[in-house]
Design a binder for this molecule. Structure first.
Ligand code: BTN
Length: 236
């Protein structure tokens, strides 16, 4: 990862740049190509949210053209990829822990980093996906945390190189390794969480992950399996 790297000043979103690079007939980006930008004018987050780039954010996207064994990405691999990327971010940042599925939170629960996986699905597999990561390094939007509060010496360049190394490792890890890594990084398991369901909010205790990386939540209405969306951490 990062063997090919483009560094941009301002762009709409590094996700779009990575896609354009993949489609470039002259010099198509290869697997692991990385686009880093100083600023995004239309950075996006999960579930249609926007992602604000303040002066001190590290934002980049990685082009993935295949799964860990050189094959197209299958649905089970695609389900675990965001968790694997979360573990990589947690390891490189060296602080806090993960809220399911992959937000890196500070020890006091403020958001430090977010991850967005966009896969081009064809039926049950994808030949291409773009993994986007945004980390608040030297500054953060209101209510969020930044890494310099905990590791003032860390530079964005150092963090990027540590992260690319961890991504190389975790994106090719086995499902069992990814699940074990995620459990170790978790700030979610054992905690009270609130789920949004079609019939309203439902509270329970996050107990574990299943083999697909879905979150198992024990609620008064029975065990729920959460495979998409967000959970809210509540109380202790
Ligand atoms: C989230 O927490 O909702 C995910 C945030 C992902 C933001 C990153 S920044 C680099 C890449 N480019 C984007 O437009 N989004 C991702």
């Amino acid at each position: 990862y990062g063997g090919e790297l483009r560094y941009l000043g301002t762009t709409s979103s590094t996700q779009d740049e990575a896609r354009r690079w993949a489609d470039d007939p002259q010099q198509p980006g290869s697997h692991g190509a990385v686009v880093v930008a100083e600023r995004q004018t239309a950075g996006r987050g999960r579930r249609g949210r926007s992602w604000q780039t303040t002066g001190g954010t590290l934002v980049f996207s990685v082009l993935l053209r295949c799964g860990p064994r050189g094959q197209p990405l299958t649905l089970p691999e695609l389900a675990l990829l965001p968790l694997a990327a979360g573990v990589a971010v947690w390891q490189a940042a060296g602080v806090g822990g993960l809220k399911w599925p992959n937000d890196l939170l500070s020890p006091d629960g403020r958001k430090l980093a977010g991850i967005l996986l966009e896969a081009d699905l064809r039926g049950e597999e994808a030949r291409r996906a773009v993994l986007g990561i945004g980390i608040n390094v030297g500054a953060a939007p209101d209510g969020a945390a930044h890494l310099h509060e905990f590791r003032p010496e860390l530079t964005r360049a150092e963090l990027l190189s540590d992260l690319l190394r961890e991504l190389r490792r975790w994106l090719s890890a086995t499902p069992d390794e990814i699940l074990a890594g995620w459990r170790a990084a978790s700030l979610t398991l054992g905690r009270r969480v609130r789920l949004q369901t079609p019939t309203g909010p439902l509270d329970g205790i996050a107990t574990d992950l299943d083999a697909h990386g879905s979150l198992l939540v024990s609620t008064p209405e029975g065990l729920r399996t959460v495979s998409a969306g967000d959970v809210q951490l509540i109380g202790d």
